[in-house]
Every structure is written in C-alpha cells, then in structure tokens.
Design a protein around this ligand. Sequence first.
Ligand code: FPP
Ligand code: MG
Length: 295
Amino acid sequence: MQRVKEIIEGFIADLDDAYVQELFAKIPAGKMLRSKLILQIVPSKEGEFLAAVIEMIHAASLLHDDVIDDAMMRRGVASINAIFGNKPAIMMGDILYSKAFFELTKLPHPIPQIVSNAVTLLSLGELLDVQLAKSFNTNEDAYFDMIYKKTASLIEASAKAAAILAGKESEKYGLYGKNLGLAFQIVDDILDIIQDASTLGKPALHDLKEGKSTLPYIYLYHALSADEKEKLLKLFKKDLSEEEKDWLKEKFTATGALERTKEKARILGKEAMAILDEEDERLHEIMSSLIERTY
Ligand code: FPP
Ligand code: MG
C-alpha cells in the first residue's frame, strides 16, 4: 500500500504547485479498500499504478461529495471544504480527477473506457442521491440503483480492470467488485445508525438529517404501523433530540429492520463468493471483514 501512496505523491509532485501540495497534505488516506482489492487481483507494478489512479478518482469524488453534503468531517479530521472553503475543495477535486485521467490513458485498452464509464455512473449516482434526498424515499429499487452507481460502479470497474491486467476473467471479478461495493455501502448505512461519531470519523445518526433514507430506514418504514410511519416521516431532515434518537434505535431493533439490512449485505457477499474460485481465499476474507466491520 505504501507504494500506491508514493505513486500518488509522485502524481501530485508532477503538478508542481505549492498550493496543491498544501491542500493534498490535508487529505488523509482512507481504508484504501479499492487498492487492496486491485492488488489482491493483480499484485504487480501495473496493479499499483491502477490503484493509484483509482484512489485519486475516489479522493476527488469525496472532495466534491463533502461540498455537496456540507460535510465538515472526513476520515476523522476536518474536511478540505471545512479548512479551505468550497471553491478550493471543488478545484482540488477537479485537479485530482483530471490528473488521474491523464495517467489512466497510459493503461491498456479497454481499461480507460471501463474506468471512465464508472466515473460517469458515479456522478449519475451522486445526482440520484441528491434527487432522492428531496423526500423520504421508501423505494428499495431506487436505493439499489443509486448505491450501485454512487459506490459500487467504481469498485466493480477496479476489479474488472485489475482482472484484465492479470489476464483473469474480468466479468467474474467485476461481479465480485459490484457486490463488494453494494455490501460496503449498505454496511456504511448501518454504521451511521449504530456507531458513535468518534468511531465513524463523522457525525453519527446523520443520514436522516441529510435527507438520506437508506436501506435500514426503508425497511423500518415498511415495518412500522401507520402512526409510527407518520412519526418517522416527521423526523426526516430534523435535528434529532436524544428521545427521538432512542425511539429510532429501539424501533430499528424491535422491527428487525437493522438485522434485515445486515442480512441483505451478507447475501450479496455470499453471492459474490459463490462465483469465485477456492484460490481466491483473500477475496473471501476481504468481503467478510468488510461486512462484519464496525467502522
Ligand atoms: C460518498 O457518499 C460519495 C460517493 C461514494 C461518490 C461521490 C461522487 C461524486 C461527487 C461524483 C463526482 C466524481 C468525480 C470523480 C469528480 P456518501 O455521502 O453517502 O458517503 P459519506 O458519508 O462517506 O460522505
Ligand atoms: Mg457524503
């Protein structure tokens, strides 16, 4: 993983801009899930290069996402928009994104197409997320369409591209990546509800306030009585009192909505693992540790 970080630092150094260096220094490395996945499929110099490109695209998307979401925290520290303001955050996103694309074109056909197409999906997914947040979404299909585009598409593309570099079956690894991405986002949406802010590195129980009725909320809504449904809808986009938070948490457990959501992530994981061979033991481990993670 160290090598991937060094390649990214090299890309930034190429830009020869002191302010960009200053902004970049304030972006902490994340879990590097995409790199782990890529290097597992293609443990080589080319794999490290692909991972660096993908991590830059991912970082760019988060810079924009934090502006869109008005998020002041990212990965446990102040976000770039919180420190420098929205304008530098947006431009830094564009710089990371375009530099990553310049480097991406050096990879063999059809990798640039696969990855650039995923970025279009990513952007369509973010737009859908914004649209869905206008009212309380109760539609499971709309949620899955959005998280596939917003999160899973880039992970799917990472796995496909890595498989092409390794001379492996790209469709099979792509499906694994897609399910890994879906499960990742679902678990993220569960953690927003059950974890505290210090563990998350961002505010807890915040999705509803942001207008995001994620899968646990969709399942909860359908499991509630008419009166309770009304109560839930009143909490949408509100700053929650301690009493309201307790009510929500109690209902999430009592209705089994959280457990049902977790089960959905596990099913996606199992589906992906069923199509992978025995020798991909590490990919099985990546999937299960991601699903059972607590942060
Ligand atoms: C985080 O979602 C956001 C994403 C995974 C994708 C964001 C994509 C864009 C802004 C499209 C633009 C892309 C580029 C490359 C410039 P979240 O808000 O649900 O998660 P969070 O709680 O971690 O913020
Ligand atoms: Mg966000």
